[in-house]
Structure formats: C-alpha cells, structure tokens
Design a protein around this ligand. Structure first.
Ligand code: KIV
Length: 266
C-alpha cells in the first residue's frame, strides 16, 4: 500500500478510476477513511459547520485547522492529506498565505493546501507554488464567499458566469495549482472545465465528468439527519444508528444491566 503523493494527482484520477476523496477532521475517522481506500483526505474548513456547529465556515481559525490537520495526519497511512486555508488566514495577501500554509504543513502535516477563489487568488497561488507549497484551487460555490454569493446555491448557470469560471480555472492552472475542486456547478460546465484544464478536477455537486469526487464525511455517513445536500449520497443512517446505540447504553445504565460481571474487575 504505497502512500499517495501530490504527483499522483493526475488527470483522469488514479489507475483504479476517478479519485475518491472525503473530508476528515480527526484521527478516528481519518484512520477509517484511509483504511476504506480514500485517496485523499481533505481537512475542510467545513469543520466549522459539521464539527463546531457554526452557521458558516467563516469563524474557523488557523489554529483550529492546524489542530485538526495534525489529528487527521496521525490517522492516515496511504491517503494524501490536504488542508483548507481558513477565511482569515490568506486573503490579506501572499505573505499571509505563505505563513498560514507553512503552519498547516509543518505543524499539521498537510501535503497540500486548498484555497477558495479564482482570478484574484492566482497571484497567491503562484507565490505559494514558487515556494514549494502545492495548492489546490476551489471554484464554484465557495463557502467562504457565502455572503457575497447570497446563499448556498448552484454557481455558473448563465453563459457569462460559466465562461468566467473556465477562465478562472485556467488562471489557477497557469499560476501553478496542482488540482481544482469544483463545487455545485452544472455538470456540463464541470465537464467543460475538466476538458479545458490539464490539472485534475475534483467535483462536489459537479456531476460525473470530473477526475475525482469529494464529499463531506458527515453527509456520506448521515451524521446530521437535518442536512442533506441534494448532490450528496448518504451511505448510512449514522445519526439514527449512533442515537440508537447511545440510547441502548443509557437504558442499560438506568436498568442496572451495565456494567455486568464481564465488564467489572474482581
Ligand atoms: O471545507 C470543505 O469541506 C470543502 C469541501 C466541501 C470541498 O471545501
């Protein structure tokens, strides 16, 4: 089982097919996702919402990201670990982005960082790339821009917006981005972006014509029964099963059936 490296992120995905990526935020789930065969573990700033219970990803700090990246890094053996640069940690300019990315790599153990945005971020991508920091871009629905975008909705629906997204993907590629996440865009546009750039495109709500797919762990496992993006497939009823298991534990304690002899020391 050889470790996936940044250079293994290729157009067309992996020899086994499109690249399979999932978000991870801690040691236990990173280990399980790695053992399950995920090629890439994304320590997404979605942790603000799914782990911390915030309404948006904006409150997530660089310290949070470093901490969670370190936990994920300890749990993986094979997968590539990519960490998000959080909202307040790179938008001030390339120098700030370099400091933040260096912490995610040196303290967290990330092998690549992801940042959101197109053309205006190209300078920052180039700056990081020239300083040996592999960068993944993120276009389409960029959750850090939620207040500019006016909501979590599909992006690039009209012709001008679609053309602009293709241009921005090219800008990021020219700046040295090694891969690109496309979130919540029509599948035809995702296919167009994928055909246009030579770097792998990893879709989330972007249809099947990408080089890989990423989903948020909590959506895959159904850990929050209240939220289910239309593009995410739930592979288990995590919320239901976990609540049931914890309920059984509480009932056993109250009934005095736990701990029993088997779980007690003489
Ligand atoms: O933060 C995150 O989890 C992400 C994915 C949704 C791509 O950026």
């Amino acid at each position: 089982m050889s470790r996936i490296r940044v250079d293994d992120l290729q157009k067309g995905g992996t020899p086994a097919g499109p690249l399979a990526a999932v978000t991870a935020y801690d040691y236990a789930f990173a280990r399980l996702a790695d053992r399950a065969g995920a090629d890439l573990l994304l320590v997404g700033d979605s942790l603000g919402m799914v782990v911390q219970g915030e309404e948006t990803t904006l409150p997530v700090t660089l310290d949070h990201m470093v901490y969670h990246t370190r936990c994920v890094n300890r749990g993986r053996e094979r997968a590539l670990v990519v960490a998000d640069l959080p909202f307040r940690a790179y938008k001030a300019g390339p120098a700030q982005a370099l400091d933040s990315a260096a912490r995610l790599m040196a303290e967290g153990g990330a092998e690549m960082v992801k940042l959101e945005g197109g053309g205006p971020m190209a300078g920052t991508v180039a700056f990081l790339n020239q300083r040996d920091i592999p960068v993944m871009g993120h276009l389409g629905l960029t959750p850090q821009s939620i207040h500019q975008l006016g909501g979590y909705r599909v992006q690039g629906r009209d012709a001008d917006a679609a053309t602009q997204m293709v241009e921005e993907a090219l800008d990021l590629e020219r700046a040295g981005a090694r891969a690109l996440v496309l979130e919540a865009v029509p599948r035809t546009l995702a296919a167009r972006v994928s055909e246009t750039v030579a770097i792998p495109v990893i879709g989330i709500g972007a249809g099947p014509d990408c080089d890989g797919q990423v989903l948020v762990l909590h959506d895959v496992l159904g850990l929050d029964e209240r939220v289910q993006p239309r593009f995410a497939r739930r592979y288990m009823d995590g919320a239901g099963q976990i609540t049931e298991a914890l309920g059984a534990f509480c009932r056993d304690v109250r009934a005095g059936t736990f701990p029993d002899a088997e779980h007690s020391f003489d």
